[in-house]
Ligand binder design. Structure first.
Ligand code: GLC
Ligand code: CA
Length: 563
């Protein structure tokens, strides 16, 4: 495998609106991000991905862009952005922006011009399609609910929006539109950006016949995913984009890809793939159901672990996936993947251990490093997310009580991850002097950076040690390029794997006990060295290994051994 500059990097996702507000408008900003670069550096972060900071009406929290060349006023100015790039560079850090080009905002100039002249040039930047029998061209349900088609006023046409109606899809078949997008991408790369996280990109290829599908819900619609799954040819568009942009800059690209076809992994992230890497959502997808949050699937430990293992094996000879526990679209990992008895500091450290040391590029989401959790709300009006609102209503329509529908939001809402970052126990968690745009999780008085900063056994301190271990010159080769070998798979509630380097023969064992009882594992050697545990029991473990060739791991314990 050809070595790339980003292979051994550790990344961090910032959700700017909720990171740190420095001017008292309740909204996080670029100044806030700049002021925390040292904090991120100390955590061991190399690559910082910013969720969208472009000009936007914020119907979908910035994933609806009205000007790709402007910074949203809420976040600051272009000068401040340039300063961020410079400050990052000084610290050997890389800035990666979100690239949202499946759709733009209905407030974007292109769309406004298209509406003003539905037969003109700009209409060709979108999908303006004639209706059928006085109805929409097809029966697609958008990702955020309701028809994916909206009438174009004054015409018999409809425009396509796979997400909200304020997010019209861009027509990638139009070479002019593609050139506009490439020009914009290169403009940012010229500024010194290291690359992009690429939003919802699989959706850019449409079946231009827009066939209807068998309805899959009481609304008589069929999810637009069906079209995405059946249409061929997204790869040609992705290659075209890569050659015209990223490739020339050796940029880092991490794609958000759902619904890829089987056997396409190599084309996507192989050595000459469309992207550097893509997120591993395999365990997040396990809980998906056909109808939405109200009937989410329960996922057991073994299914979860084995899904990660299978994904690690699948990608091993192909490339690297980007490993996450959570992001801005998902509930908090500590609330989701840990059983109740493990939802404590030990459990959070265990979850970190079995994620950060996998093969792939680790992405830490803001607040994960202090163990932030889901947040309970008493009323749907306390949420500020278009998708949560849709899922709440969907649950009510399916006959759920208000309590049950709110419970679904507590477990699944994207806002769980979007509550303001908890910097301290002070007013507004140190996030802002004024009322934050989204209410804080009340547990900030206990879970916050300030409290954990200097406490040696805090979740934050552990994350620092874990990232440092991954990047330690002694072990970096093994953690980056070493193969992945599942271990102790027959042992109940044990999550264990070996990382083995072909280059220098080093072997590391990562073992964690997700069960409620202590567990003892047999080892075939007595001389293993314990590099890290989440319970401060390295010496006890080494003694037991020497005397009995056994390793006892307490409930919620995790250990990293040099074999
Ligand atoms: C991606 C983003 C999500 C957004 C959607 C539409 O899934 O991560 O936040 O709502 O695309 O842009
Ligand atoms: Ca602000």
């Amino acid at each position: 495998m050809k070595r790339k500059w980003w292979h051994d990097k550790v990344a961090y996702q910032i959700y700017p609106k909720s990171f740190l507000d420095t001017n008292g408008d309740g909204i996080g900003d670029l100044r806030g991000i700049i002021s925390k670069l040292d904090y991120l550096k100390e955590l061991g972060i190399d690559i910082v991905w910013l969720s969208p900071i472009y000009k936007s009406p914020f119907v979908d929290q910035g994933y609806d862009i009205s000007d790709y060349y402007k910074i949203a006023e809420e976040f600051g100015t272009m000068e401040e952005f340039d300063e961020l790039l410079e400050e990052a560079k000084k610290r050997d850090m890389y800035i990666v922006m979100d690239l949202v080009v499946n759709h733009c905002s209905d407030q974007h100039e292109w769309f406004q011009k298209a509406l003003a002249d539905p037969k003109g040039e700009y209409a060709g930047y979108f999908y303006f399609i004639k209706g059928k029998d006085g109805k929409a061209p097809s029966n697609y349900r958008s990702y955020f609910g309701g028809s994916a088609w909206e009438p174009v006023p004054g015409t018999d046409k409809y425009y396509l929006h796979m997400f909200a109606k304020e997010q019209p899809d861009l027509n990638w078949e139009n070479p002019k539109l593609r050139q506009e997008i490439y020009k914009m991408i290169n403009w940012w790369l010229d500024k010194g950006l290291a690359g992009f996280r690429i939003d919802a990109i699989i959706n850019i290829k449409k079946d231009l016949n827009f066939p209807s599908f068998e309805p899959d819900g009481p609304d008589g619609l069929a999810t637009c995913v069906k079209m995405v799954e059946e249409v061929q040819g997204v790869g040609e568009l992705l290659e075209d984009m890569k050659h015209a942009t990223f490739e020339k800059y050796d940029a880092f690209t991490v794609a958000e890809v759902f619904n890829m076809k089987d056997d396409e992994l190599r084309e996507f992230i192989g050595e000459d793939g469309h992207f550097s890497t893509m997120f591993d959502f395999s365990t997040h997808e396990l809980s998906f159901s056909e109808h939405g949050w109200y009937d989410s699937r329960e996922v057991g430990f073994e299914e979860w672990r084995d899904t990660i293992f299978a994904s690690q094996k699948e990608v091993e000879d192909i490339g690297f996936k980007a490993n996450i526990i959570e992001n801005h679209d998902e509930p908090r990992g500590a609330s989701r993947f840990l059983p109740k008895y493990a939802q404590n500091e030990a459990g959070k450290k265990m979850l970190a251990t079995t994620s950060i040391l996998l093969r792939g590029i680790p992405f830490i989401y803001q607040g994960q490093e202090i163990g932030m959790t889901n947040c309970r709300r008493n009323d749907i009006s306390e949420y500020d997310d278009i998708s949560t609102l849709d899922q709440y209503n969907e649950a009510l329509r399916a006959g759920c009580t208000k309590e049950k529908a709110l419970e679904c939001c507590y477990e699944n809402s994207r806002d769980n991850a979007r509550t303001p970052m908890q910097w301290s126990a002070e007013k507004n968690a140190g996030f802002s002097d004024e009322t934050p745009w989204l209410a804080l999780n009340p547990n900030y008085t206990e879970i916050n950076v300030e409290e954990q900063e200097h406490r040696a056994d805090s979740v934050l301190s552990y994350y620092r040690k874990l990232v440092a271990l991954r990047k330690d010159p002694e072990y970096k080769e093994t953690f980056t390029y070493g193969s992945f070998i599942p271990e102790y798979t027959d042992e109940e509630k044990i999550f264990a794997f070996r990382r083995v380097s072909e280059t220098d023969g080093k072997e590391l064992l990562v073992a964690a006990n997700y069960g409620e009882e202590d567990r003892t594992l047999k080892l075939d050697r007595a001389d293993a060295k314990v590099l890290l545990t989440n319970m401060d029991i390295c010496e006890e473990m080494e003694k037991e290994l020497r005397e009995k060739q056994e390793l006892t791991i307490p409930s919620c314990g995790a250990a990293v051994l040099l074999l």
